[in-house]
Every structure is written in C-alpha cells, then in structure tokens.
Ligand binder design. Structure first.
Ligand code: DX5
Ligand code: ZN
Length: 214
C-alpha cells in the first residue's frame, strides 16, 4: 500500500520541516488538503503556500482540492508544483473541462467522491482519469472516524475499471490507520491518505512502514 501523509494534521508553522520529516519517514506521496470555506466548512491553504513548501521534498505532491470552482485555479496549483490534482465530482466546475485542463499541464488527474455520492457518478470519466479518491469521512476536517461502508464503492469502481480494461489507481482518505487500513487493502485501495495516524504517532517512520505493509 502507498501511504500519503495528510499535512492537514501537521503544525502549519513548520510545514517545510514536516515535509522533510515525512520524506525521511518514507512517505510515498505528500497529501495537501486545500479547502475554501465554501465547498467545505473549513479553510486551509492555497497555491502560494504549496509553492513555498515545494522545495522541501521531491516526493509527489497529491493536491486534494475541496473547493467549489477548481477549474479557475488549476494553473495556480500546476505552477505551484502539484504532481497529482484531485477535485470533487460534486463541485461547480465543468468536470470534463477541469480534467482536460489538469492533463494539459502534464499533471495526473483524479476525481473525488464524498460519502453520499455513488460510485457510478465517476464512471463516465474513468477513461480520462489517473485515479479516483473515495472519501471515507465527510471532507473538511482531520481526525474523524473511518466509514467502512464506503468499501463497496471502491469495489464497484475497481470492477468497472476491470470490465473496461482501464488502468486506474484508487485512493481512500479519512480515518485511516492501523485499525482500518486492512479493510482498504481488502477492497483494493492502492493509496491511503493518513493524517492523524502518522502525525500523532511517536515514530512516524514506524507508523508509515506498518501501514505500507498492507
Ligand atoms: C479531510 C481530508 C483528509 C484528512 C485525513 O477533509 O481530506 O485528508 O486530513 O486526516 P485523518 O487521517 O486524520 O482522517
Ligand atoms: Zn484529503
């Protein structure tokens, strides 16, 4: 399993140091949660902050956009150094245009679905996507409980990709740690985001390698 620590759980005043720490601890991707206070009831950081901290690691930046109009900001996040951009199928932007815009910048594109959104809502876009992110909590805050009932959606997306011969990564995000990651692995998740489980651990390298073992 690939592990992407969510910087949402770090001390924002030390974000550069925290990225270096996660890099040394063996993180596969760095997960950066962008919230606009409109699509979700919380505000975090945007492209200028990501641009500033880009130099602290060479690991891929997995930018999760929880914003209402992602299309408007794709160039900003591309310029800031995103390697993967995921945005919500529930957003207000034109989905196809947003995927095209991300791909035109040479960045991997992913669609995210909230807990109440069915797996089928991403099916028409699958052949143009590099990954699908299945939320296992309501987006907006770290430290929430994992929703095991999202695993059938992971399986449904996997099955549809297999049926259509599409090569695709599935990512899961929210409440993932040593007690819940086995369920993700069994359902076929390829990349797990982990905030609390990694940042609140005494030994981040140990926490990451234990999760990677699944
Ligand atoms: C929630 C974010 C997640 C979150 C994960 O809106 O997308 O990335 O920070 O944090 P934990 O692992 O603590 O649930
Ligand atoms: Zn996230």
């Amino acid at each position: 399993m690939k592990i992407a620590p969510s910087l949402l759980s770090c001390d924002f005043s030390k974000m550069g140091y925290e990225l270096e720490r996660m890099d040394k601890a063996g993180a596969d991707w760095m997960h950066l949660d962008v919230m606009d206070g409109h699509f979700v009831p919380n505000i975090t950081f945007g492209a200028p902050v990501i641009k500033c901290v880009r130099k602290f690691t060479d690991k891929p930046f997995d930018v999760h956009l929880m914003i209402s109009d992602p299309l408007k900001y794709i160039d900003d996040f591309a310029d800031a150094g995103a390697d993967i951009i995921t945005f919500h199928v529930e957003c207000d932007s034109d989905i196809s245009k947003t995927i095209e815009k991300i791909k035109s910048r040479g960045i991997k594109a992913g669609l995210v679905i909230k807990p109440n959104t069915p797996a089928e809502s991403v099916f028409e876009y699958l052949d143009r996507l590099d990954l699908v992110l299945v939320m296992t909590v309501e987006p907006g805050f770290g430290g929430q409980s994992f929703m095991a009932d999202m695993m059938p959606k992971v399986r449904a997306i996997k099955d549809e990709c297999k049926r259509r011969n599409i090569d695709m990564l599935i990512e899961a995000d929210g409440g993932i740690g040593s007690a819940t990651i086995a369920q993700c692995a069994e359902a076929g998740v390829d990349v797990c985001v982990a905030g609390t489980a990694v940042f609140k651990a005494d030994d981040a390298a140990k926490a990451i390698s234990e999760l990677q073992a699944y």
